[in-house]
Every structure is written in structure tokens, then in C-alpha cells.
Design a protein around this ligand. Structure first.
Ligand code: ATP
Length: 213
């Protein structure tokens, strides 16, 4: 069975914090691939600074030479905001025989029970929680119970079932955020060494973070 990681985000822009996390998970969890899945934009309103096409181009450029990294443009093609559960259902349809691992940060995981149809989500995919220092796994409440039920530290569990387990995994932390990167570029500073050169080139050429805030 192939095991596919799904890494969603706005990627506005993609940076080494995203890429390093993905590479460590690809290798440590023995995933066959990681699909970078940029979020779509609502039809009549921009919630991102760079356009969907620019964000997609930056992700493509960033992952080009890493085997196992793929781009998945299904949310951008659909337009509008997508619920994770709908995206995962669509992926499940495309990859009926694969194990799917949705990658989320601990901060996102702590809000899981507020996600739209979150229980259904766990029927469709595993959750891999990329652990940041300073975040502790919840021991109590609904999430605490969920972790007792579904939590595992055994990587093979991700490969042996298609969905339904939760694995928390520590990754090297690079304190880079897209918001800070945009601010820095907006202030006329150079984002070099925070992102691949190809991404920096696209930003420079398009000017997508220069004038807009
Ligand atoms: P912003 O600063 O605008 O919130 P971001 O840098 O968090 O943006 P997103 O595209 O929203 O970028 O993030 C996509 C995913 O990557 C999220 O799950 C987020 O938790 C994770 N992520 C973001 N930055 C890092 C980082 N430095 N290291 C590890 N994971 C990160």
C-alpha cells in the first residue's frame, strides 16, 4: 500500500519552514509522497496577498527537484474555500487504495473538534501532527480521549491502515512565517535564505508582495 502525505496551506509564500517539515516527515514516516496542496481563494474576495496562480507557481518551483514532493492544485482548481473533509473525500476518490496522512500543526490539531465534520475526516485520513516545541499534546477533554482511542507512536500503523490514526511527530523548528516574510519584503528587505532561490526569483519578478500589504 502506498502512503501519501497531504500538506495544505496558503503558502503565501512557501518557505523553508514548510519544506523542511515536509522533508523530515517524508523520510521519518517513510511516506511515498507528500502532496503540497495550496488553498483556493474565495471567488469574490482575496484572502491571500499573492494570487492563486502565483502561490501555485511558487510551490511548483520550490519542490521541483525533491523526489517524492508533488503539487496538488485541486483546491485552486475548485475555487472558493474548501473544507478539509471535502478535499480529503476528493483525494480518497482519487487514491482509493492508499493510506492518506493529513499533516497539521499542533496549533491546528488543538482546534480539530471545531472543524467541519471532523469525525468524518478521520474516516478518510490519518492525522500527522507536526509538533512544535512548547506545544503539549492534550491529555484531557475530547482531544485527550481521541488520542487515547486513535493515537499511536508506531509509524507502521500509518502504513497498515488507510485512515483513522493520529501520530504526533516532532520536527526541526525553523521560526519562519509567511506573514513575517511578507512584512520583510514589504519593508524592502531581502528574503534570501528563508526560501528557495527560485521562489525568491518569482517574488522579485512578480512584485507580488512589494506594493500590497
Ligand atoms: P502565516 O504566517 O501567514 O500564518 P504560515 O507560514 O503559517 O503562514 P501556511 O501556509 O498558513 O503558512 O502554513 C501551512 C502549514 O505549514 C500549516 O500547517 C502551518 O502550521 C505549517 N507551518 C507554517 N510555518 C511553519 C514552520 N516554520 N515550520 C513548520 N511548519 C510550519
Amino acid at each position: 500500500m502506498t502512503t501519501i502525505g497531504i500538506f495544505g496551506g496558503t503558502f503565501d509564500p512557501i518557505h523553508f519552514g514548510h519544506l523542511r517539515t515536509a522533508l523530515e516527515l517524508l523520510q521519518a514516516l517513510r511516506l511515498n509522497e507528500i502532496r503540497f496542496l495550496p488553498a483556493g481563494n474565495p471567488p469574490h474576495r482575496e484572502t491571500t496577498v499573492a494570487s492563486a496562480a502565483e502561490r501555485l507557481a511558487m510551490v511548483r518551483a520550490a519542490i521541483r527537484d525533491q523526489s517524492g514532493f508533488k503539487v496538488d492544485d485541486r483546491e485552486i482548481r475548485r475555487e472558493g474555500l474548501s473544507y478539509s473533509v471535502d478535499t480529503m473525500r476528493s483525494l480518497r476518490t482519487d487514491f482509493p487504495e492508499s493510506s492518506l496522512c493529513l499533516i497539521v500543526g499542533m496549533d491546528a490539531f488543538l482546534g480539530l473538534t471545531k472543524w467541519y465534520r471532523w469525525r468524518e475526516l478521520l474516516e478518510l485520513t490519518h492525522l500527522v501532527v507536526a509538533h512544535r516545541p512548547g506545544w503539549r499534546a492534550p491529555a484531557m477533554g475530547l482531544l485527550g480521549e481521541l488520542l487515547v482511542d486513535r493515537g499511536t507512536s508506531r509509524i507502521d500503523d500509518l502504513h497498515e491502515a488507510h485512515a483513522g490514526r493520529i501520530l504526533i511527530h516532532a520536527v526541526t523548528q525553523l521560526e519562519i512565517s509567511s506573514t513575517e516574510v511578507r512584512k520583510l519584503i514589504g519593508a524592502g528587505r531581502d528574503p534570501r535564505y528563508l526560501m528557495p532561490e527560485e521562489v525568491r526569483g518569482i517574488i522579485e519578478e512578480s512584485g507580488c508582495y512589494r506594493t500590497k500589504k
